[in-house]
Design a protein around this ligand. Sequence first.
Ligand code: ADP
Ligand code: MG
Length: 335
Amino acid sequence: MKVKILILAVATLLFVLSGCDASDSSPASFTRTEFALGTFVTVRIDGTSGKDANQALDGTFARLSEIELTASTKNHGSELSYVNQNAYERGITVSEELFFLLESGLFYSALTDGAFDITLGSVVELWGIGTDNARVPAPDELAEALENSGFENLLLSAENRTVRFLKEGLKIDLGALAKGYAADEMKRVLLENGVTSAVLNLGGDIITIGDKNGEDWLIGLADPLAPGESCAILRVSGLAVVTSGNYERYFMHEGARYHHVFDSQTGFPAESGVVSSTIITDSAMIADALSTAFFVMGIERAVEFAVSIPDTDYVLIDGGMNFMCSENINLEIIK
Ligand code: ADP
Ligand code: MG
């Protein structure tokens, strides 16, 4: 039987509202967009300490290219792809950058009890969501992919920076971490280049530098039911805002929606009741990992878990468009 599968992907899930304002007459706003890590990456610089904004843009996008060569699973020539192909046979010594990402990924996998899990690569690959080969796997295939997952099967040795897999079919996927890390690194390069006001958007992972002419940046949260529109506005300065949603990347099959964030217990797209999970904190990498984790955990577990992590705010939305937010955020619900 030929199964017709419709693949839909909504690239931008957060909107920098002040960046879209047609009446905006900022004198010095430099914007550049490139495609990297499977998404459009836009950097908008609104202020520098007198240095050249174009040079800052060159530097920050060069850094992004480096990270893509390290951590992309889609690029078969990346360092991570090499590790995925070889780390069962023998321990592989990796770059400091990849080791940091793996260490951080393992840390958040354990901290969230596998709600976020970087070893789900075989499950991610099997479903193929976001590719031309997206499909619902057979139960035995899924059981095998799950058997080949689990962060307890990833061994890291800090002493000589080696990585080793305990399962032959294990694959690392940094799809829920690398964009956030890239955002942090791109921000660091901009700061080193004297940028005082900027906003970076990596396919919806947003990080800001400073404020915008003395006002907070306005970040629109995508409406999960109409992702081209905003359902709420967040006001932030200097922070990262990262969302995971069931409307971002998915395909439809027999009337059901299968999206790209998986529950490591079942191997199926997580159905926790949360349809949009946003984390607001300093580091976009941490926000990236936790937005995925909160999405998988569901509201009750996520809210309880959030108590244990300081300086981290959240906005969770369920299928009925009910909002559950931490206390300290400046959020205006507009729908
Ligand atoms: P996006 O990449 O759209 O911002 P996420 O940050 O939630 O969304 O990352 C989703 C990606 O992470 C998936 O495409 C997949 O590669 C990987 N992934 C899926 N489920 C999990 C999970 N439970 N833990 C860690 N990574 C996951
Ligand atoms: Mg994430």
